[in-house]
Unconditional design. Structure first.
Ligand SMILES: [Zn+2]
Ligand SMILES: [Zn+2]
Length: 201
């Protein structure tokens, strides 16, 4: 929001004053979009997290370093870009082990602090097209990130599996619908803070 009504001068007629409206142009090198630690490493989608609400000044190497500081084992970080190769505020990080991956997913949010900015970013499992892992027959568009489930479900298996009272708080995540059922008091709640000393660019 560029408009802040609190700065209306009392004595004058109401006038909205633009604040912080300057467009910040951030130089972005194409090489900033991908960081690969080792090309021999397999990039396993099942060890990959989706990172949302990224700050535009964070490049892939900075993201890799932050995630590696917090969770270890980062082998790849990529910043999603638009057709002009400009970052769109999300990215992916692949780990070389399931433990780091699960810790990152369980964190759900991390706070990145650098000298230039502080930003709370969202960490989700990176979802693929998958069959329902309960019946292995239907497509499984619903993913449950709760650790007791942590798998893909079709519509009917989701409801069958989540009919118990203790499971009804589980919220389905869907591919291509980031954030669905994924806000509020989801799993985790653990806030990890990275005091990242580098500027990240
Ligand atoms: Zn099913
Ligand atoms: Zn569940």
């Amino acid at each position: 929001m560029c408009w802040d009504s609190k700065v209306i001068p009392k004595s004058k007629k109401p006038l909205l004053t633009p604040i912080n409206c300057a467009v910040q142009v951030i130089p972005w090198l194409l090489s900033d979009s991908n960081f690969i630690k080792s090309t021999s490493q397999n990039l396993d989608p099942q060890k990959t997290v989706f990172v949302g609400a990224l700050h535009g000044m964070l490049n892939a190497e900075g993201l890799a370093k932050i995630m590696n500081d917090l969770f270890d084992g980062v082998v790849y970080a990529g910043i999603d870009t638009d057709k002009y190769k400009y970052p769109i505020g999300s990215g992916r990080v692949t780990f070389n082990n399931s433990r780091s991956y699960l810790r990152a997913v369980a964190a759900a949010f991390i706070e990145i602090k650098t000298m230039k900015f502080t930003k709370k970013v969202q960490v989700d499992p990176y979802l693929e097209d998958s069959l329902c892992s309960a019946c292995n027959v239907q497509q499984g568009p619903y993913f449950c990130r709760e650790l007791v489930c942590f798998r893909y479900y079709c519509h009917s298996c989701w409801h069958w599996h989540h009919s118990l009272d203790s499971m009804q708080s589980h919220k389905p995540m869907m591919r291509n619908a980031k954030g669905v059922g994924n806000s509020g008091s989801g799993s985790g709640g653990l806030m990890l803070v990275s005091n990242h000393s580098r500027s990240g660019n």
